[in-house]
Design a protein around this ligand. Structure first.
Ligand code: GLU
Length: 459
């Protein structure tokens, strides 16, 4: 095992959006590629805003994404003894001092806060993404490191925790870059080893402003609830501000581990595009076997549909709609959305006259050929005799049933045959193609529907 140790230290003060998990993903990829460790630390020093529910959400999100951390999760506030010890060390060595100051709340109360004795020097570090950063620490003044000797503030806590857990690489959002000089000064004063730093670009919304919950950025758990695949979220998030190069965009977690490269992370803000996420999800759905796909979408289908539609037909329907689906949650209204209901229910509100009109091939689909009720009935009769000669196995795939009818459709004109057949099977002006519908319905139901359409035409 290499000596590399990275950490993901979220503050449990809200449901984090995809941008925060992108930080986790970069850390995870870096650690796994180098055979290092990926640690999880909950930074709950802001006691008022930190909540257990958010902490649980972080753990659930990481588990769902498959980002497993090494060892136990550490909780920052449980390490106060070490933080206090470090404050004493700093005071004893003359790097920090207690300063009696009036509380800012106007109460006149005098507090003993702890300030870091700024050495007023130039802090230089080589950021793995941004290159050399040089800051004059004088501007930072003697910054506060604890509200009192037993109540450490954020910078001190981070530094002590990172040092204790042997963190070698701090990969975090660009919004933390102004914290780095203070943290480096503290590490030096505590005789620690300065880690490598990589500050990754901010995640922007499509308005090019920082992505935020207020502007509708969803949390990872909301995406989970909507039925996105964790592999798609991982892939999409990893591609915010990173691209391994080349044409390939669809990567599994294992593949991402292989190609991740901090030096290819862009410097400027990176836009997260939810439409692209849908594309990633569709592409990841395509990577699934039929059975895995069915298992993935089934929990999102309304119970009434699962209970009332026979399993084999439902499976066929789900395979047919796979290409138009962005994420599984779109199936949640399968029980009411008319673009789904006709696929499993023959109920139609159309009158016989409406059906009869619909069966006549529209002008633009018949290239001048005249159609009448009689000619339509004749075509459907011929289709029916072809179907009579099919076997149940011919309906096992869309292709195999298409093969049975294709030459007849070519001979008569595709529109002339396929339009009335599609209407006969679906009773919908817009629907899936007739071969998909034959595949879903199977031989006997298809023949019943074709016969019904013939009856309407000869009435
Ligand atoms: N707790 C900080 C956050 O949630 C991370 C600090 C760090 O990475 O050093 O943004």
């Amino acid at each position: 095992m290499s000596h590399i140790v990275v950490r993901f230290p979220p503050s449990p003060t809200g449901h984090a959006h995809i941008g925060s998990y992108r930080t986790a993903i970069f850390n995870y990829l870096y650690a796994k590629q180098k055979g290092g460790k990926f640690l999880l630390r909950i930074e709950d020093t802001d006691k008022e805003r930190s909540k257990k529910e958010y902490q649980d959400g972080i753990l659930e999100s990481l588990e769902w994404l498959g980002l497993s951390y090494d060892g136990e999760v550490s909780i920052q506030t449980e390490n106060v003894a070490s933080h206090t010890k470090a404050i004493h060390t700093l005071i004893d060595a003359g790097h920090a001092y207690i300063s009696k100051e009036e509380a800012k709340d106007g109460s006149g109360v005098i507090k003993e806060i702890v300030r870091f004795k700024n050495p007023n020097k130039r802090v230089v570090f080589n950021d793995l993404i941004l290159g050399e950063i040089s800051v004059d620490s004088t501007d930072l003044g003697d910054f506060v490191i604890a509200r009192n000797i037993n109540d450490p503030l954020y910078h001190l806590a981070v530094v002590v925790d990172d040092m204790e857990s042997g963190v070698t690489h701090v990969i975090r959002g660009m919004d933390h870059i102004s914290n780095t000089p203070r943290q480096i000064l503290l590490i030096e004063a505590l005789s620690g080893k300065i880690p490598e730093y990589a500050h990754i670009p901010l995640v922007l919304g499509e308005d090019k402003q920082k992505l935020s919950k207020r502007k509708g950025a969803l949390s990872v758990l909301e995406y989970k609830k909507m039925g996105y695949l964790p592999s798609a979220i991982l892939n999409a998030a990893a591609f915010i501000g990173f691209n391994p190069g080349g044409e390939k965009e669809i990567y599994t977690l294992d593949e991402l581990i292989q190609v991740f490269d901090l030096s290819k992370v862009q410097k400027g803000g990176a836009v997260f595009n939810p439409v692209k996420l849908d594309w990633f999800n569709q592409e990841h759905m395509k990577l699934m076997s039929e059975d895995a796909y069915i298992e993935y979408v089934t929990p999102f289908i309304p119970t009434s549909v699962v209970e009332n539609v026979d399993t084999a037909s439902l499976k066929k329907i789900l395979l047919i709609v796979r290409d138009r689906l962005s994420y599984a949650g779109e199936l949640a209204n399968m029980d009411t959305d008319p673009s789904y209901t006709y696929l499993y229910s023959s109920n139609s509100s159309l009158s016989t006259e409406e059906i009869s009109n619909l069966l006549l091939v529209p002008e633009k689909m018949r290239k001048g050929t005249e159609v009448t009720k009689e000619s339509t009935a004749a075509i459907l009769n011929e289709v029916k005799s072809i179907l009579e000669n099919t076997t149940e196995e011919d309906y096992n795939t869309v292709e195999s049933i298409k093969e049975k009818l294709w030459s007849f459709a070519e001979e008569k004109g595709r529109g002339i045959v396929l339009w009335p057949l599609r209407i006969a099977l679906t009773l919908q002006e817009k629907s899936v193609d007739p071969f998909s519908m034959l595949y879903i319905l199977g031989k006997s139901e298809s023949m019943v529907r074709v016969q019904k359409a013939i009856d309407v035409m000869v009435q």
